[in-house]
Design a binder for this molecule. Structure first.
Ligand code: NAD
Ligand code: UDP
Length: 325
């Protein structure tokens, strides 16, 4: 049984991943502070935690400094879906870069261990496949995805500079596409889009011919990896890839969603967005060897649980977080 309860800050704690992380930390008995400005999430994700004696919600924007006495920080705050991070690209860059400076400054001051949620997007349009952590990436610095990709790259730089210069105890993970319950139904990501479309009998929108690939990790597996990294070996700071190495085309994903939802929706093809990576798959040998971690949930099983979730929510309770219809 765990005896040492920690004070843990989760920035972006009301988001898709952050809320699952808060659940697990609260369940373990830690004193959890969830910090969020609700830019891309709704309180409903954490409503069940409000009122618990070891859970606190702080409405705050990481672009502004904050002082909190904590032992550990998971820095998850950042819009993650392309329509969300492209809605206000300057804000996205500020959240990643100024947010990292503020959170690292806090970690330095209170001597907290701090984990950065980085992304497979740091590899850009990868010329190496599958991607290992040693690959430096192929990123457009001036495109529509750059606010996110370059923001996250700069945040990684800051984490490693605070580590070398100030001896801050850091951890850096690179998350590959993750899905599951509590994704925002209107966040525009491919899994949520296809499921919401299939359940609603609407056309399934494939961007381009659907031959581009992604590797999809179920949220429970990812949370195990994130916590494994925070609590892993002292001398292992990362970066480490966390994702499911199964690789699927968007056409395969659409067909699987149609099959599992029994939907009669038809597939339509829309123009492919600029700089959309054509292939992505993590090499997870480092996570396996250092953290003894690998994902367990197949895409089929994870999609079934995610479909069940989307079928259970009332879409009228959700609004598009970043404007639009
Ligand atoms: P999400 O949009 O559901 O969650 C992000 C949360 O951060 C939201 O609650 C949002 O309101 C909050 N936030 C945004 N800007 C903020 C700010 N300036 N101050 C305070 N809070 C702010 O997205 P998610 O999928 O849960 O992603 C969480 C983190 O993981 C992000 O940093 C994202 O870049 C990273 N990540 C996610 C994936 C994925 O597939 N889900 C992949 C790679 C990286
Ligand atoms: N995509 C799609 N239809 C959609 C949404 C996304 O075909 O309705 C494609 C998108 O072009 C990309 C892939 O699915 O190739 C994954 O997109 P997502 O926005 O989920 O994540 P990311 O591009 O950041 O990996």
């Amino acid at each position: 049984m765990q005896t040492s309860f920690k004070r843990i800050l989760v920035t972006g704690g009301a988001g898709f991943l952050g809320s699952h992380l808060c659940d697990r930390l609260v369940e373990q008995g830690h004193d959890v502070v969830c910090l969020d400005n609700f830019y891309t999430s709704q309180k409903s994700n954490i409503a069940h935690l409000l009122g618990k004696s070891n859970f606190e919600l702080v409405r705050h924007d990481v672009v502004h400094p904050i002082f909190l006495e904590v032992d550990e920080i998971y820095n998850m705050a950042c819009p993650a879906s392309p329509p969300h991070y492209q809605y206000n690209p300057v804000k996205t860059m500020k959240t990643s870069v100024v947010g990292a400076i503020n959170i690292l400054g806090l970690a330095k001051r209170v001597r907290a261990k701090v984990l950065q949620a980085s992304t497979s997007e740091v590899y850009g349009e990868p010329q190496e496949h599958p991607q290992t952590e040693a690959y430096w990436g192929n990123v457009n610095p001036i495109g529509i995805r750059s606010c996110y990709d370059e923001g996250k790259r700069a945040a990684e730089t800051l984490f490693f500079d605070y580590y070398r210069q100030n001896k801050v105890n850091v951890r850096v993970i690179r998350i590959f596409n993750t899905y599951g319950p509590r994704m925002h139904p209107y966040d525009g990501r491919v899994v949520s889009n296809f499921i919401v479309q299939a359940l609603g009998g609407k056309d399934i929108t494939i961007y381009g011919d659907g031959s581009q690939t992604r590797s999809f990790c179920y949220v429970d597996d990812l949370i195990n990896g994130i916590m494994g990294m925070m609590n892993g070996p002292d001398d292992f700071v990362g970066p480490v890839n966390l994702g499911n190495p199964g690789e699927f085309t968007m056409l395969e994903l659409a067909q699987l969603v149609l099959e599992l939802t029994n939907s009669k929706s038809k597939i339509v093809h829309l123009p492919r967005p600029a700089d959309d990576p054509s292939q992505r798959r993590p090499n997870i040998e480092l996570a396996k060897s250092k953290l003894n971690w690998e994902p367990k949930v197949s895409l089929r099983d994870g999609l079934k649980k995610t479909i069940e979730y989307f079928a259970s929510i009332d879409l009228r309770n959700y609004r598009k977080p970043t404007g639009g219809k």
